[in-house]
Design a protein around this ligand. Structure first.
Ligand code: ZN
Length: 148
């Protein structure tokens, strides 16, 4: 294989080892350049930005508590999917499932963040983010504790 035959993938929003990119990332072509983009992050950030924008334009009439409930309803399954992959240290399910899963989490995060922008550090936002940080930290800690 010559240098010109190699795929011209570039690191772009793909925080996985290159060997994992085929199972955790999507390839987006831009002319001769191709970029790996994390499939889950693609769903999270695109939908989150869309929901925040729509909330600013349409001014959703949701209380801070309802936004937090929405975040938990939409984000629990995607979070569990991420935690399962983290514990197993391998990809679970097809790549498109990660994007769909990320989109649900992005929807919940968008609702939550839009509420935070309107009413900074409201009780629903603060509680939800604390639970997310504590839960995710527990997954990372327990995974490394039992593996190493
Ligand atoms: Zn990602």
């Amino acid at each position: 294989m010559t240098t010109s035959d190699r795929p011209r993938y570039r690191f772009f929003l793909a925080h996985h080892n290159h060997s994992e990119c085929s199972s955790k990332c999507v390839s987006i072509g831009l002319g001769r350049l191709k970029f790996w983009v994390c499939a889950r992050c693609l769903g999270v950030y695109s939908i989150m930005a869309l929901v925040i924008s729509l909330d600013m334009i349409l001014k959703f009439n949701l209380s801070d508590t309802m936004r937090a409930v929405g975040f938990f309803l939409l984000g629990t399954a995607p979070w569990a999917h991420w935690a399962l992959e983290h514990f197993r240290r391998r990809s679970v399910g097809p790549v498109f499932l990660k994007t769909i899963s990320g989109a649900f989490l992005g929807f919940g995060l968008g609702l939550l963040l839009a509420g935070h922008f309107r009413n900074p550090w409201n009780h629903g936002f603060t509680f939800s983010i604390l639970m997310l940080v504590i839960g995710s930290s527990a997954v990372v800690f327990l995974e490394s504790f039992f593996r190493d």
